[in-house]
Design a protein around this ligand. Structure first.
Ligand code: AMP
Ligand code: TRP
Length: 329
């Protein structure tokens, strides 16, 4: 199985990213043949950005992923802009992408509505670059959180259209969305997903938060006026979210958590969630502190990853160009 996923460069990766995506990346390393993970700096420039901050954010994300357990010996970890095939394939795939489909993308609608400066053409083409990311490697499995479902559907459509028109070059990838934790909610606004932008600061637990900050955020999570630790019933979004978080952090079933906290009230329950999340993230924060200062080592890891990635993507492009009639036969 070929696994591919991409992640935006930011130092502010949150518990939703960790549970929905990063956790799956680490698990996928030994299954993937290969498992390829890309830090998508070209996607990051579809909204306003600062060049120096972007470069530093790539290092932050690299260090977070390594700290979480990605091992450059067992996976391919690289920076998107280091492999030029992504941009070339993006343009080629725009020829097979319906303008109307791009117009229907939820993420484009949300992000363009929020944009104050410039709604760039890049923001509109974002899903085509994402399709190129995956199709360049003929990946069949794409581990992501729930919010990426529509983007994966679109890349399947693009792959199908390519193959119908030019012959069977592309692989139609399938998403892999985790059963528990695909959509972690903001602790203060449990009807909204936890997010880097647009979420509440108090309701967002960052992977690099200190234990005291995590405890405070979890303890002040918005719940409901009831007393039962259960996922079912009206207005239970806040408690259900905490049950889901605890289930992943501890590696236990949601049903057994409900049974354990039957009759114990929200205070004890939140205390247990806080403790479990602190224990879950502490090793990552500690390893991050060791890895992040050595930027030369991070760059070296990315460069080695890019070399391996390029070898695969170049083969695909060598099939795509003649099939589409660009360049010599
Ligand atoms: P991003 O930081 O936007 O590149 O997202 C990285 C990954 O995290 C993607 O696979 C998203 O689907 C996933 N993700 C983002 N927010 C959440 C959330 N609140 N719950 C679960 N997964 C999420
Ligand atoms: N758009 C994804 C996100 O915001 C990141 C991404 C870029 C990605 N390229 C990808 C995810 C390819 C999966 C596969 O999270």
């Amino acid at each position: 199985m070929k696994i591919f996923s991409g992640i935006q460069p930011t130092g502010k990766k949150h518990l939703g990213n960790y549970i929905g995506a990063i956790r799956q990346y680490v698990e996928g390393q030994d299954e993937g043949d290969p498992a390829i993970y890309c830090i998508v700096d070209l996607h990051a420039i579809t909204v306003p950005w600062d060049p120096a901050v972007l470069r530093s954010n790539v290092h932050d994300t690299t260090a977070i992923l390594l700290a979480a357990g990605l091992d450059p010996e067992r996976c391919i970890l690289f920076r998107q802009s280091d492999v030029r095939e992504h941009t070339e394939l993006t343009w080629l795939l725009t020829a097979l992408t319906a303008h109307g489909d791009l117009n229907r993308m939820h993420q484009f609608k949300d992000k363009s509505a929020k944009q104050r400066e410039l709604v760039s053409a890049g923001l509109f083409l974002y899903p085509v670059l994402q399709a190129a990311d995956v199709l360049a490697y003929k990946a069949d499995t794409v581990p992501v959180g729930e919010d990426q479902r529509q983007h994966v559907e679109l890349m399947r459509e693009i792959a199908r259209r390519f193959n119908e028109r030019f012959g069977p070059v592309m692989v139609e990838p399938e998403h892999r969305i985790p059963e528990v934790g695909a959509r972690i909610m903001d602790l203060q606004q449990p009807s909204n997903k936890m997010a880097t932008t647009g979420g509440s600061e108090q309701g967002t637990v960052y992977v690099l938060d200190e234990p005291a900050a995590i405890t405070k955020k979890v303890r002040s999570a918005v719940t409901d006026s009831g007393t039962e630790v259960t996922r079912s019933g009206e207005g239970k979004e806040g408690i259900a979210n905490l049950i889901e978080i605890l289930s992943v952090a501890r590696g236990s079933e949601m049903d057994s958590i409900e049974a354990e906290f039957e009759g114990s009230g929200y205070g004890d329950f939140k205390g247990a969630v806080a403790e479990a999340v602190v224990d879950y993230l502490a090793p990552v924060r500690e390893r991050y502190a060791e890895l992040r200062p050595d930027e030369a080592a991070l760059e070296q890891a990315l460069a080695a990853g890019a070399e391996k990635a390029r070898a695969i993507a170049a083969e695909t492009l060598a099939e795509v160009r003649p099939a589409m009639g660009t360049g010599p036969a």
